[in-house]
Design a protein. Structure first.
Length: 746
């Protein structure tokens, strides 16, 4: 039978809010409360037990808020928490988490059935007294009970389970009432409660927390009925939050009653200490049996529905398996096959028979799930996605707190298990990502987060102190060229400059009018440039624009804010040494932006592609002292790129003979105090008489340099730009620098 993609659940039982509340509260007030809260007070003390409860609710309350929020944003169908995660993060992330969630729910059935058997220990003693037959192993009860429960659920479905919750909650209310009316071994409650009294050599707090944490996970039990609810958007928030609040109040009252009614030794040694405290002791095993049975019923109802939802989304390994487990029976689509699989898991773990071991396994699974849910809520808050419009709103800081505590407590409880669980989920995610590249994944929500982060940073950077930009100058380049596809020299220079310290934009200019046809051509070229940028790992923002002229394109671009958030402060123009006809655009561009305060850099390329990238020669002259800091700083930024990691900077202080000593000492001071990686031995004082002797000197010393950095004055830009830019013909790649900002190196 072929599986239809993403088949939606139909039908359902039409339950109301009471079903969510009853399923959640009956699971909250369950096995751990009856069997392990005495242990918690005995080993952690009353104060420690209260802290444990508060810490547990610092995980579950934000999760409950997140569930309530996400459930009101869209129609929640069958699959409960898995549905919420997968529809927020996509089926790749949702599938990775959903499989862990399903396993935790299936294992929970075993946990509750093991605890159910513990309620029969008083009966075991009576049987032994009357018949002489000693029942030492609770699995004599738990295994048959699991099989019977599985058979009933397969036959009757969810409707019977929800009806039974009313009876269970009534029994729980009676058992708790009789417990609070009891006096215990200490008689009346003492005036002064023993806040810190514990047994000798108590277990570590984190172990106590790991064993008791499943007590707090019951609040999501009702969410698994999402496909059977009449109005999930109303019932899930109201039912989950109210059950969480009631559970916390009962828990705190319970540990206070325990601390005042028995000694730490009694609390730690007797699993059923509540029976010795209660007004009528037998009600506690009865309440335990009712609570654990109802929790097991809840889990055996929820786990198959999660598995069925996973199958509908084709998250499982094969199409045939997905089709088999997605099938449902009747108008409510009861997950018969998924229930059989879940029951098999449960029986395997029941056979283990250890409450504490299974409790720790469950804790780890639920921590991962809750951390993911809180992360979803936090990221959706931060992303500001207009399509995310829940009618119930949590708070971003609560979701962040819940996520942080979840992942922190995971590694506190069992670092190895925590790491393994995250690695396994990552492996599942990678596998799902590989098979469904066209589907929404983590990147979709992260794009929104990045958008918000960029928006806020851009505003903050724009409002930053201008004086700080002088002191902490970093390059923010705009490059305008007609040859972005044909020549790579300027692209390489931009990616080196923006590797760590700055930001660069490469604008490919297309001359003409903006029409649908020219716009389409621009987008095609832009796509090619994006591919190149991605392939090379360059941090360069690329764009193709259509404009009437090179000058117009440049004028429009420099007036726009920098993409990084910082104002653009530098313009890179480029031309080929053997194409002097290109100088017209370069000269016009330089004359346009230099008076506006932009630094102007002109790259004259010769096809050498910067050679072996081993040597940069920087020439400083008396005519362009204002450009010297920028020349030195750009050379320093370049050698910080891995492509130039073995390069050396040679600095030539080229001044008239009368001033060469004084100015060379000043350059040395700038290099030393600026902590620039230029050895004093590589700073060479040079004297010259006129322009022709200067040109001969550069030719003699820098003909083999991979890049030569020369100053460019405003006078040269406006009076003789062609002569200045075509000078020094014996040099290879040359970067001409004209600084129009005040830049401090130290």
């Amino acid at each position: 039978m072929p599986l239809k993609p993403r088949a939606a659940a139909t039908g359902g039982h039409g339950f109301g809010t009471s079903a969510v509340f009853l399923a959640s509260i009956s699971t909250i007030l369950g096995a751990i409360m009856f069997l392990r809260f005495g242990y918690a007070v005995g080993h952690a003390g009353l104060l420690g037990a209260v802290i444990l409860i508060v810490l547990g609710h610092m995980v579950t309350f934000p999760t409950a808020m997140a569930i309530a929020e996400i459930a009101t944003n869209r129609r929640v169908e069958g699959g409960g928490e898995y549905y919420i995660i997968s529809r927020s993060f996509g089926t790749t992330i949702g599938g990775a988490i959903g499989i862990s969630l399903y396993l935790s729910q299936a294992v929970s059935v075993a946990f509750y059935m093991i605890a159910f058997a513990e309620a029969f220990r008083p009966v075991f003693a009576i049987i032994e007294q009357r018949t002489g037959f000693a029942i030492q192993d609770p699995r004599f009860v738990s295994l048959p009970a699991t099989l019977i429960l599985l058979g009933i659920i397969l036959k009757k479905g969810a409707s019977l389970g929800v009806k039974a919750l009313w009876v269970v909650c009534t029994v729980l209310a009676v058992s708790l009432t009789l417990f609070f009316l009891g006096k215990g071994s200490t008689g009346a409650m003492p005036a002064q409660l023993p806040l810190t009294a514990t047994v000798e050599n108590p277990d570590p707090f984190i172990l106590v927390f790991a064993i008791c944490f499943p007590a707090f996970t019951g609040m999501t039990a009702g969410v698994g009925l999402s496909g059977d609810l009449r109005n999930p958007a109303r019932s899930i928030p109201l039912g989950v939050l109210s059950a969480t609040a009631v559970g916390m109040i009962v828990y705190i009252a319970l540990v206070v009653k325990m601390a005042g009614s028995a000694t730490p030794e009694e609390l730690a040694s007797d699993q059923l200490i509540m029976a010795r405290i209660a007004l009528w002791g037998p009600i506690i095993p009865i309440g335990l049996a009712a609570a654990t049975l109802s929790s097991a019923v809840g889990s055996i109802l929820i786990a198959p529905r999660t598995l069925q939802a996973l199958a509908r989304d084709r998250v499982l390994p094969t199409v045939r398996l997905s089709a088999l487990l997605a099938r449902g029976r009747g108008p409510a689509h009861e997950p018969i096959n998924a229930t059989l699989v879940s029951g098999t898991f449960a029986i395997l773990f029941v056979a283990l028979g250890n409450v504490d071991f299974v409790a720790q396994i469950i804790s780890m699974f639920f921590m991962v799930t809750y951390g993911a849910l809180c992360s979803v809520s936090f990221l959706e808050h931060f992303a500001g996605n207009p399509s995310y419009r829940p009618s119930f709103r949590s708070r971003w800081y609560l979701s962040l707190l819940g996520a942080v505590i979840c992942f922190m407590m995971m590694f506190q409880m069992q670092p190895l298990y925590a790491l393994l669980s995250l690695l396994i989920m990552t492996g599942i995610y990678k596998a799902l990502r590989y098979t469904r590249r066209d589907q929404r994944d983590l990147s979709a929500i992260l794009e929104g987060v990045m958008f918000q982060l960029t928006r806020r940073l851009q505003i903050a950077l724009q409002q930053s102190d201008p004086a700080a930009r002088i002191r902490d100058w970093r390059p923010s380049f705009v490059a305008i060229t007609r040859n972005a596809l044909e020549r790579l020299d300027h692209f390489d220079l931009l990616r080196w400059l923006s590797h760590r310290h700055g930001f660069s934009q490469l604008i490919h200019y297309i001359e003409g009018r903006l029409t649908p046809e020219s716009h389409k051509v621009a987008r095609e070229i832009e796509h090619k440039l994006i591919t190149r940028s991605e392939t090379s790992g360059a941090g360069v923002f690329v764009k193709a624009v259509v404009a009437p002229s090179h000058t117009t394109a440049l004028a429009q671009t420099v007036q726009l804010p920098g993409v990084s958030g910082l104002p653009n402060n530098s313009v890179l123009l480029e031309f080929a040494k053997d194409q002097p006809a290109e100088l017209g655009d370069i000269v016009e561009g330089a004359r346009l932006v230099a008076p506006l305060g932009f630094n102007v850099c002109v790259l004259r390329s010769c096809g050498y592609r910067f050679g072996y990238k081993k040597s940069i020669h920087v020439w400083l002259t008396a005519d362009d002292l204002a450009s010297a800091p920028l020349q030195i700083l750009l050379a320093y930024i370049l050698i910080g790129h891995p492509d130039w990691e073995d390069a050396e900077i040679d600095l030539f202080a080229c001044y008239p003979a009368a001033a060469v000593k004084e100015l060379t000492e000043k350059v040395n001071q700038v290099i030393t105090e600026g902590r620039l990686p230029i050895s004093p031995q590589r700073i060479t004082p040079v004297t010259y008489d006129d322009e022709s002797s200067f040109e001969r000197t550069t030719q003699n010393r820098s003909a083999q340099a991979d890049l030569t950095v020369l100053g460019l004055t405003q006078r040269e830009i406006f009076e003789a730009p062609e002569k200045a830019l075509m000078a020094h013909p014996g040099l290879r790649d040359v970067l001409f620098v004209n600084a129009n900002e005040t830049i401090k190196i130290f």
